[in-house]
Design a protein around this ligand. Structure first.
Ligand code: FAD
Length: 494
């Protein structure tokens, strides 16, 4: 704790950013760097608590709290206050393979657990993390560091999202030869094709790290779907171990009347084709344009927000986001002793931009779609909605009930379904004969990561269901540790 009175002297301050209207003109990230003296003051707000909930990843009231990868937050806050940036970077890399990803997109459960947050706004942990890693790259401190000794063991990682990349990085550091198989044309999983460029820059941030991994010896094989382009049995025969990190990419559908109409797409079709067009420099055949359209997005999570931001950058005519859940409270509930950030009501970037462009928050709460209608050529033209009330059934479960008299029709030419994901795609799992859990995820205990097949491990969303980048990194690191233990009989990996 560099400055014992820092939390009394300094107010929470976030980096400035481009105004919502200015940033709609391009696909660039919009947070501006914060000067070092300001960052130093922000780091000085850390109280170096006896029990630093921010980095412990403990359970509070049954809910996971704090950083899932146990970032050494009070330690690097102290180092930043003292101006020791290089040391802070080393401390950050001890627990996090990719701070430039989490520093940009993590919802920061660490900030929700910051003890200062009980009385004051929490320490700006996420921004300090991002500033440390960005300075590390800019200063040339991050260089390829291939392992000095190779074990001669070969590991295949299936899927190149944050779980697969973290597993590959750790296994490579342990000296194994690692090959990552990815069915898309570029590696990165949802970091590449999912989270849009304005949240996480592809060329400057994602590709930079991918290139570093390759320089250190990780081999990436793209355009190769395991189970289709290469048989899973061949992979099992060729490698000493396999780590499956295929994500939870099966989207939830909405099987109501009119679903077959043209102009109704899964959110990921829209977002993936958009990023691909940006990277390729031209739209492909599967590109879906929102330009000039009234867009309706069904689903109020991160994916829905990314569809709002993307539709606005296409210059849509209007955007509406339907959310079946009630509007969350703006303030902490009186009976809740712990701050609810980041779950408290907040305008995320997409809604903020929509409000600036059209004068209102695009979210419509406690509302669901009941039917799509179309024209004679089979194009969607409208969506029927109704408000719901959440009532308990006889088993005590909350069930949405339509409220009579609240029916509406919203005109639309583009509907994006962003209602979450139903776990991993099943063909590869069935091909391998893997055991699954009750939610069709790969069965493998957290901490062990071993599947029902010998020498096969699983990590990330394909094991835990759709989650967060930081949890994918946690799982990739853990699976690598257990895989290394399996290969070598013991492991030094954390
Ligand atoms: P993924 O990132 O899904 O990667 C899995 C990879 O496996 C994919 O590239 C897929 O093509 C590949 N694959 C699948 N099957 C095969 C096969 N048979 N052969 C070869 N390759 C295969 N989290 C946050 O923390 N912050 C955010 O802001 C955020 N925004 C999000 C926005 C969107 C639109 C979405 C969809 C998710 C978002 N998330 C966010 C969640 C986060 O991206 C995921 O939890 C995380 O990427 C999961 O990592 P993963 O490695 O398990 O899987």
């Amino acid at each position: 704790m560099g400055k014992p009175t820092g939390f009394i002297e300094f107010l929470r301050e976030l980096p400035s950013e481009l105004t919502p209207l200015d940033r709609l003109h391009n696909w660039d990230e919009f947070h501006l760097p914060m000067p070092e003296d300001k960052l130093r003051n922000q780091a000085a707000r850390c109280m170096d608590c006896g029990t630093p909930f921010c980095h412990t990843g403990t359970l509070i009231s049954g809910m996971a709290s704090g950083c899932p990868i146990n970032n050494l937050i009070p330690e690097w806050n102290d180092l930043i206050y003292r101006g020791l940036w290089r040391e802070a970077l080393d401390r950050l890399h001890k627990t996090n393979n990719f701070p430039e990803f989490t520093g940009r997109v993590c919802p920061a459960p660490c900030e929700g657990s910051c003890v200062l947050g009980i009385h004051n706004p929490p320490v700006t942990i996420k921004n300090i993390e991002c500033s440390i890693i960005d300075k590390g790259w800019e200063s040339g401190w991050i260089t390829a560091n291939p392992p000095a000794i190779r074990t001669g063991k070969k590991v295949a990682v299936i899927g190149s999202g944050p779980a697969g990349l973290a597993a590959a990085d750790q296994l490579n550091k342990a000296g194994h030869w690692v090959t990552v198989y990815e069915r898309a044309d570029r590696p990165g999983g949802l970091l590449m094709y999912g989270i849009p460029n304005m949240k996480l820059d592809k060329e400057e941030v994602v590709l930079r790290r991918l290139q570093m991994l390759e320089q250190e010896g990780v081999k990436m094989v793209c355009n190769t779907e395991v189970g289709k382009d290469i048989s899973s049995q061949d992979l099992l025969n060729e490698y000493d171990a396999v780590v499956i990190c295929t994500g939870a990419t099966k989207p939830r559908d909405l099987n109501i009347e009119g679903r077959q109409l043209k102009g109704i797409h899964f959110a990921m079709e829209f977002l993936t084709a958009n990023t691909k067009a940006l990277l390729d420099g031209q739209p492909g055949e599967d590109f879906i344009s929102a330009a000039g359209k009234d867009v309706v997005i069904i689903g109020g999570g991160d994916t829905g927000t990314d569809c709002v931001g993307t539709s606005l950058r296409h210059n849509c005519r209007s955007v509406t986001q339907l959310e079946i859940m009630p509007q969350p409270p703006r303030e902490r509930a009186a009976d809740n002793p712990w701050p609810e950030w980041p779950k408290i009501y907040r305008l995320d970037y997409g809604q903020e931009e929509a409000a600036a462009r059209f004068g209102d928050d695009p979210r419509v709460y406690t509302t669901t779609a009941t039917k799509f209608e179309g024209d004679s050529e089979g194009n969607v033209t409208g969506i029927h909605t109704v408000q719901v009330e959440w009532q308990r059934n006889e088993k005590g479960q909350f069930i949405p009930q339509p409220v009579a008299g609240t029916e509406k029709v919203i005109p639309t030419q583009l509907v994006l379904l962003a209602m979450g994901f139903l776990g991993p795609e099943q063909p590869l799992l069935d091909d391998l004969g893997l055991e699954k859990d009750a939610r069709s995820n790969i069965k493998a205990e957290h901490g062990q990561f071993a599947t029902s097949l010998p020498k096969v491990f699983a990590a990330g969303d394909c094991r835990r269901g759709q989650s967060l980048v930081v949890w994918a990194i946690n799982e990739g690191r853990g699976a690598a540790r257990e895989c290394d233990r399996f290969l070598m009989g013991a492991t030094d990996l954390p």
